[in-house]
Design a protein around this ligand. Structure first.
Ligand code: HEM
Length: 133
């Protein structure tokens, strides 16, 4: 395939890579003291949803929207109190997961920058006394 017609989804290694990433990421989220109070649902289901969302975010098939409609991620996150410190915690878990699956180079930089931008948009509450050391 011509490099110019490859999506970011292809470049990161497609379905297999995203599966590895969500499997590395969510156990960290569920055991993070700042994030775990928000995550009470089935881990396999959130992994499945995140994999579908990231697939379409990166230019792969629109799996998430086919099943759930418009992503509207900020609205879907409104029931949860997402402070700047929690957004940083989410991104730290993601950085560790990216290390674990050994995604590096330019593609990692671009992907992480995109996730950081979305995480910033998810913030819907201010920090009170929580501090991340
Ligand atoms: C900024 C920090 C974030 C926090 C604290 C957070 C927290 C959460 C929580 C608590 C849920 C619900 C889990 C459940 O149903 O059990 C959720 C769902 C989800 N999050 Fe986040 N999230 C954050 C950022 C992001 C980002 C950056 C993305 C995408 C790149 C994302 C994508 C999703 C998706 C796809 C779902 C599933 C939505 C659905 O129910 O259909 N989240 N998130």
């Amino acid at each position: 395939m011509d490099i110019t017609s490859q999506t970011t989804y292809d470049l990161i290694g497609g379905e297999r890579s995203l599966q590895q990433l969500v499997e590395a990421f969510y156990p960290k989220v569920y055991s993070d003291p700042l994030l775990s109070p928000l995550f009470n649902g089935d881990m396999n289901e959130i992994m499945r949803k995140q994999k579908m969302f990231l697939t379409q975010l990166l230019g792969g098939p629109p799996l998430y929207s086919r099943e759930f409609g418009p992503p509207a991620m900020r609205a879907r996150h409104m029931p949860f109190e997402i402070t700047p410190v929690r957004a940083q915690a989410w991104l730290r878990c993601m950085r560790e997961a990216l290390d674990e699956v050994e995604m590096d180079g330019t593609i990692r930089e671009l992907f992480f920058a995109r996730l950081s931008q979305i995480a910033g948009i998810m913030v819907n509450a201010s920090d009170k006394n929580e501090r991340e050391d």
